[in-house]
Design a binder for this molecule. Structure first.
Ligand code: F0G
Length: 348
């Protein structure tokens, strides 16, 4: 039914708020028995597969509200900087409402599927010769000068909408998980989930809160190393961010919940992506696999207790980044169109 309708009473939606809806949210919370086994006795691992959202990532949950509120305020254009998913989402919602969308992307550092999306949805796509952090500064200045609605997560409505992910998890599990594992880039989503869990606790819908476990790529881990990273680098381009704008909120989420930040290497991320696909049947983009990589790392270090329930947010669809996927898997087996050739393969 879409996030605005589903959680209307928890969102700043009034009768003046336009009814924006791409049927985002209500994504599957998938129990992953084979992957759970790797994490220990009685561990229950669930993936919240945000790749099922209309633009293929979690960004749609907040974008629907940000765009609705922009329209309510009379705006006819939106602007954002993005490592790819925010831009795809902004472009989709802008298209659905017939308003303009400007997106600033770090040139050459956005996964192919995301670029294709923004262009197909009809956004004006601007490739900035610089990293995401610089593109974000420029987008903010551009928004100020032009009056376009800024729809990065500095827009408070984005993070409010993204709380719906936590609400859905609790609605389905009937409780909060013990651990909530999530990739951290610009640090908005971990903050939104923490706020969402807290809101549900205040409402009496859950009785405990999860430990918030935030995972970053080693080459772009400002929250792990506690200082901005001037030249972030990682194969997980979605979280190639050196100076997260919501760092303070993310730090609060982790310390209040007794959680932690941890880093994982690109190799570990790619290994986790293969495990999730080959043992879970879920194809998520590299950034989304940082949490699984991190959980496996904690397990190896003896720091993952048995018997706990863990949710991890699979933030984006694996189809968004076919290049990275193809670079780590084998080629198809090519045969002549004969039964003999086929039997040679099947008989192997
Ligand atoms: N996973 C994916 C697939 C993302 O696209 C992002 C962020 C994150 C995780 C991290 O979330 O920033 O809230 O900590 N992508 C942004 C973008 C930066 O522009 O699409 P965060």
């Amino acid at each position: 039914m879409g996030v605005l309708k589903h959680y209307r009473e928890l969102l700043p939606v009034t009768e003046k708020t336009p009814d924006v809806n791409l049927e985002e949210g209500s994504t599957p919370l998938i129990y992953l028995p084979r992957v759970s086994k790797r994490l220990g006795d009685g561990v229950k691992l669930y993936g919240k597969f945000e790749g099922c959202n209309p633009s293929g990532s979690f960004k749609d949950r907040g974008m629907v509200l940000a765009v609705a509120k922009a329209l309510e305020e009379g705006k006819r254009a939106v602007i954002c900087a993005s490592t790819g998913n925010t831009s795809a989402s902004a472009a989709a919602y802008a298209a659905s409402q017939g308003i303009s969308c400007f997106v600033l992307l770090p040139a050459g550092k956005v996964a192919l599927g995301k670029l294709a999306q923004a262009l197909m949805y009809g956004a004006k796509v601007i490739a900035v010769k610089g990293n995401f952090d610089r593109a974000l500064e420029l987008a903010r200045e551009g928004a100020e000068k032009t009056g376009c609605a800024m729809v990065n997560s500095v827009n408070p409505y984005r993070l409010i909408g993204q709380r719906s992910g936590a609400w859905e998890i609790c609605d389905v599990l009937g409780k909060a998980p013990d651990w909530h594992a999530i990739p951290v880039g610009n640090a908005g989503n971990i903050s939104a989930y923490w706020a969402g869990y807290n809101e549900y606790k205040k409402l009496g819908k859950i009785s405990s809160l999860p430990r918030m476990m935030g995972f970053q790529a080693e080459g772009a881990a400002p929250l792990v190393f506690n200082k901005p990273c001037p030249n972030p680098e990682t194969i997980a381009t979605a979280i190639r961010i050196g100076n997260p704008v919501s760092a303070h909120l993310a730090r609060a989420a982790v310390s209040e919940s007794g959680g932690e930040f941890n880093s994982v290497t690109d190799e570990q991320i790619l290994e986790a992506q293969r495990i999730l696909a080959a043992e879970g049947g879920v194809f998520a983009e590299p950034a989304s696999c940082a949490p699984l990589a991190g959980l496996l790392k904690l397990k190896r270090a003896g720091k993952l207790p048995d018997g706990i329930t863990i949710t991890m947010v699979l933030t984006g669809n694996g189809l968004k980044d076919p290049d990275t996927a193809m670079s780590q898997v084998g080629k198809p087996i090519e045969i002549n169109d004969t039964l003999e050739d086929l039997m040679q393969v099947l008989g192997e």
